[in-house]
Design a protein around this ligand. Structure first.
Ligand SMILES: *Cc1c(COP(=O)(O)O)cnc(C)c1O
Length: 436
């Protein structure tokens, strides 16, 4: 690991080798790998020998990405997945085997809320949602069967920062691992494993890749959580039929959790990351630190320029003293919280007019792209949330989410100002009807 993140972002996980010493991580586009002998195949399939067998459970290009993100997050091991969604799902399925219980923050990405409330419920996995800032609420929600805490280091779109050290202390008192979605912050701004998290998940689709070209996810394990209690963690600490009576912890040590994710869930459910996508994400990560610094400055300039606009009721961003996470963000994430900020319009009825008047900023359901994008959470990313869930996440229908890209901030400000001005001048009949 290098001294600075910007260097790891460029180099971690790969150094040129072999006959040609290619400067860039090579693309190993293959489904399978030839074994030197039957004996080697037997050892690799039994997980007694490390190595690639079939690209659903591992690939050399994907492996470089796994090592790079593990290094950036300060973790011991990582597994890449096809999407951020599958990273969240697999990270939790590996902990809740046997239909256990999760305590989760109420401020989560909409797709994660769908997964936890609907699909996990189908599997018999129960979830209690708590107000992220209510520390007593986290502890009160713990049940004998609770096997994970789940939260986002920085929530979307309001950018609420979690008091991770305090939440992790509660979890660890009850022998519960903490899984943190670090998609918005990225390891350049915040490293959850340094503040008590045990497992970090990412949608690499967003700021990690940074170009919006491919989807991908990552699960990073600190390797530090104590899974040795076989009554609580039979999937890791007890002998398994699947391993011919061996136990993953004995065989893999601190790599047991990621091996469980890889050899069971990635293997059985199949959301493997394509090698070409891994290469594209690696290429994006090379510029992560530089992009992050640029975007952090643009966010500040945009906030300053828009705060006083009459069409804006409030800007929600933790760099502002009015934000509930102002103090926490200053302490935990002084470099910033990423590319997202929330703009609450003065008039809910002008939402469509503002969005449709934008020319440079695109209406799209993504964040962390080179290009700036706007979304209306209440009708788009969070549209399946009930009114109560929306309110619990601190959202209302006047809030727009802005993902700041790499354009010159002056052009973004001009676009936003013109759209806000025009909406004030001529509110649309149609939007008034939709939200009143
Ligand atoms: C986008 C996103 C996900 C899901 O990732 P995909 O790559 O779209 O599957 C999960 N968590 C957060 C915070 C996200 O922004």
């Amino acid at each position: 690991m290098a001294q600075h993140q910007g260097t790891d972002a460029v180099h971690a996980g790969y150094s040129p080798s072999g006959e040609f010493r290619p400067m860039l991580p090579p693309l190993h586009n293959c489904a399978a790998y030839q074994f030197a002998s039957h004996a080697e195949a037997i050892e690799k399939f039994a997980l007694r020998q490390a190595g690639f067998t079939y690209s659903r459970t591992g690939n050399p290009t994907v492996s470089i990405l796994e090592q790079r993100v593990a290094t950036l997050e300060g973790g011991a091991h990582a597994v890449a997945t096809a999407t951020g969604q599958s990273a969240v799902a697999l990270s939790l399925l590996a902990l809740t085997q046997g239909a256990k219980h999760i305590v989760a923050s109420a401020s989560l990405y909409g797709g994660t809320v769908d997964l936890l409330t609907d699909t996990f419920a189908d599997f018999g996995i129960r979830v209690s949602f708590v107000d992220q800032g209510d520390l007593a609420g986290w502890e009160a929600a713990i049940e004998p069967e609770t096997r994970a805490f789940f939260l986002e280091s920085v929530s979307n779109p309001l950018c609420t920062v979690a008091d991770l050290p305090a939440i992790a202390a509660i979890a660890h008192r009850h022998n519960i691992p903490v899984v943190v979605d670090n998609t918005l912050a990225t390891p350049v701004n915040f490293k959850p494993l340094e503040f008590g998290a045990d497992i970090v998940v990412h949608s690499a689709t967003k700021a990690l890749a940074g170009h919006g070209a491919v989807l991908g996810g990552l699960i990073v394990d600190s390797g530090r959580f104590d899974f040795t209690d076989a009554t609580r963690w039979p999937q890791l600490a007890a002998p398994r039929d699947r391993l011919n009576g061996a136990c993953l912890l004995d065989r893999q040590g601190p790599g047991a959790y990621t091996m469980l994710v890889r050899s069971k869930f990635l293997h059985d459910l199949g959301p493997a990351l394509a090698p070409a996508s891994a290469q594209a994400i690696l290429s994006g990560i090379e510029t992560l630190a530089v992009r992050s610094a640029h975007v952090g400055q643009s966010v500040q300039v945009i906030i300053k320029a828009l705060s006083a606009h009459p069409g804006v009721k409030a800007i929600h961003h933790p760099s502002l003293p009015t934000h509930q996470s102002y103090a926490l963000a200053g302490r935990l994430a002084p470099r910033g919280t990423g590319c997202v900020l929330a703009i609450e319009l003065a008039d809910e009825a002008s939402v469509s007019a503002v969005i449709d008047a934008l020319e440079l900023i695109a209406l799209a359901a993504n964040i962390g792209d080179t290009r700036s994008m706007i979304a209306h959470p209440a009708t788009m990313t969070h549209c399946r949330l009930s009114a109560a869930q929306l309110a619990a996440a601190g959202l209302n229908a006047a809030v727009l989410r802005l993902s700041v890209g790499l354009e010159d901030p002056a052009d973004l400000i001009a676009d936003l100002t013109r759209a806000l001005d025009s909406a004030i001048a001529a509110p649309s009949e149609l939007t008034q009807g939709v939200f009143s």
